[in-house]
Design a protein around this ligand. Structure first.
Ligand SMILES: Cc1cc2nc3c(=O)[nH]c(=O)nc-3n(C[C@H](O)[C@H](O)[C@H](O)COP(=O)(O)O)c2cc1C
Length: 330
């Protein structure tokens, strides 16, 4: 049985990748992932704010010496609160590349098409096999229209493609009015892969203190459905390879993601919950399922439940929506 796959032009023995998380911070935990058999690892992110702070002495448009920004700047962690500064991050990539054989995908996290992107060259020179660009942004301005936001995101990818030779995956949010068009624009900008989707860490509210509470909640399978829907819509219709990120909690979830059209399956919450050896269950589940269905190649599985052959996906989606509501038998 052959479960090998291609993601960002990287040939992988199977589709399961350790997604961006604290597991990438230390050499010993990356080694544990390699020993357990993970196909590749995405490192934790280096943030735009860290790079501009270190190289230009500002965070976003704010100069830390300007008292007018004291309140906004206090929201950000101090330079020493990040696990690795920009130079240390590049060194870390270089160490990892000497220590492990699995592909190492570095992660840059930001939202402006500015000078910090040049740091990507340093990460490439450090030996990263690919770059995942996390375009995390919550646009709160009432003056900026969606088209401007989308153009800016595509512009960041265009700029990076000009300076890099390694492949670039773009991790984006699902909250676009017409995500198919956004995917096309990222493709036209040169994106080699799309990671569906960023998970937003929406704050809760503490009713005792009446203040927002920020904490990381690990995901469960319920988050997968949104990803399945867009994988199924995009599969076969865009050139970049597709990775799922979000809600792959069980071996069945992994199979569903591939059936919808994923080339690679990124896992974080299940990895943090169960440890690196959870990969064995993910691989065994997929292989057992393929054997049961007499399938020998992952290619036979991929996209089998996608909308690739549906002529009018929009009508299909609408029909499924109506059917869903009608299916309630109460
Ligand atoms: C503790 C923690 C740290 C994370 N750090 C990063 C990060 O540095 N960069 C990033 O792009 N995503 C980060 N993520 C998001 C994950 O890569 C992933 O997209 C998200 O957890 C959804 O996948 P999952 O359902 O398998 O957990 C982090 C997630 C967790 C739980």
């Amino acid at each position: 049985m052959d479960t090998s796959t291609s993601y960002l032009g990287l040939r992988l023995p199977h589709p399961f990748i350790a997604g961006a998380s604290p597991m990438g911070r230390r050499l010993d935990s990356v080694k544990r992932l390699e020993d357990a058999g993970w196909a590749a690892i995405v490192l934790h992110s280096l943030f735009e704010e860290q790079i501009t702070d270190a190289t230009e002495g500002r965070i976003r448009h704010m100069d830390p010496l300007d008292r007018g920004f004291a309140r906004e700047l206090a929201y950000f962690p101090g330079a020493g609160d990040y696990p690795l500064g920009p130079d240390a991050y590049a060194e870390h990539v270089s160490h990892l590349k000497r220590a492990v054989a699995i592909p190492v995908i570095a992660s840059l996290n930001g939202s402006s098409p500015e000078s910090w992107l040049k740091f990507a060259r340093i990460i490439e020179q450090a030996g990263a096999d690919a770059l995942e660009l996390n375009l995390y942004e919550v646009v709160t301005s009432f003056a900026v229209p969606a088209a401007t936001v989308e153009q800016k995101l595509a512009g960041i990818v265009t700029e990076l493609k000009r300076i890099l030779t390694i492949p670039i995956a773009v991790k984006v949010s699902p909250f676009f009015t017409a995500f198919g068009n956004v995917a096309r624009r990222l493709e036209a900008a040169g994106a080699d892969g799309l990671v569906l989707f960023n998970r937003f860490y929406q704050p809760d509210i503490d009713i005792k203190t009446m203040t927002p509470v920020v904490n990381v909640a690990l995901s469960d399978s319920s988050e997968l459905r949104l990803r399945l829907q867009w994988l199924a819509i995009l599969h076969g219709r865009v050139r970049p390879s597709l990775a799922v990120s979000g809600g792959v909690a069980t071996p069945d979830d992994g199979i569903k993601a591939i059936l919808a059209g994923a080339d690679a399956v990124q896992i974080v919450s299940a990895l943090l919950r169960h440890g690196p050896t959870y990969l064995n269950a993910m691989r065994a589940g997929l292989e057992r399922w393929m054997a049961w269905h007499h399938m020998e190649w992952l290619e036979e599985v991929r996209g089998k439940a996608s909308l690739e052959r549906v002529a009018d996906a929009e009508s299909f989606e609408r029909a499924q929506y109506i059917r869903t509501l009608q299916s309630w038998l109460g």
